[in-house]
Design a protein around this ligand. Structure first.
Ligand code: ATP
Ligand code: MG
Length: 203
């Protein structure tokens, strides 16, 4: 039997959006993945102190809603269960232990890939996963720091970011067609990003 192929796509997902989903489904397709884990960072240590980050449980609820009806995509709470700052090296170690025969693919947008050398325990990351870089509007194409090897995947370029979505939400502008409807519902129900739930609990 062929080894299971598991994708790992980590993020803060504050909120998850169609750019993330386009990356995830295209990675499943192009790499022939059996499963693609959208791993919700518990504590995105490189962002802490730079802005307010939504509660991990809210971000997990949004990712779970986003992947609900999408084959092979799964919301992963592995970093939330572990607690503390989220290091991909720890996550890959846990996954490699739980799935000793699987091949792990770490999927990153070009902006994240450019910062790989700033990560914790990069030797572990290099040893445990194949790196897969996707382009992102506004980021330099296909960049990997010198000592890294990886694949480059062509995916649809959607110019959307969580930062822009948080700003839109605060300004009362629509998020529709930039994030799945199910995510808009969670944002309303949990009253995230200053959005008020005008329909109350019956929505
Ligand atoms: P923020 O603006 O808060 O940083 P973000 O939109 O960059 O949010 P993250 O949760 O930081 O989302 O990103 C998780 C992963 O998804 C990263 O590897 C990032 O490069 C990638 N990514 C995010 N948006 C896109 C996009 N539109 N196209 C390709 N990759 C993306
Ligand atoms: Mg980002």
């Amino acid at each position: 039997m062929a080894a299971e192929r598991i994708g790992v796509f980590g993020g803060t997902f504050d909120p998850p959006h169609n750019g993330h989903l386009a990356v995830a489904v295209n990675a499943v397709h192009d790499l022939g993945l059996d499963r693609m884990l959208l791993v919700v960072a518990n504590e995105p240590w490189q962002k802490v102190g730079t802005r307010t980050i939504s509660a991990a449980a809210d971000r997990l609820a949004m990712v779970a809603a986003a992947v609900e009806e999408v084959d092979r995509l799964e919301a992963s709470d592995i970093e939330i269960r572990r607690g503390g700052p989220s290091y991909t090296a720890d996550t890959l170690e846990e996954l490699a232990t739980a799935h000793p025969h699987a091949e792990l693919f770490l999927v990153l947008g070009a902006d994240s890939a450019a910062g790989l050398d700033t990560w914790e325990r990069t030797d572990t990351v290099k040893a445990l996963a194949r790196i897969v870089v996707v382009d992102r509007p506004g980021a330099r194409s296909g960049v990997l720091p010198p000592s890294w090897d990886g694949l480059h995947l062509e995916v649809p370029q959607l110019e959307v970011s969580s930062t822009e979505l948080r700003r839109r939400a605060r300004e009362g502008r629509p998020l529709d067609f930039l994030v799945p409807r199910s995510v808009v519902s969670v944002i309303r129900r949990h009253e995230l990003y200053g959005v008020r739930d005008e329909h109350g609990a019956s929505d």
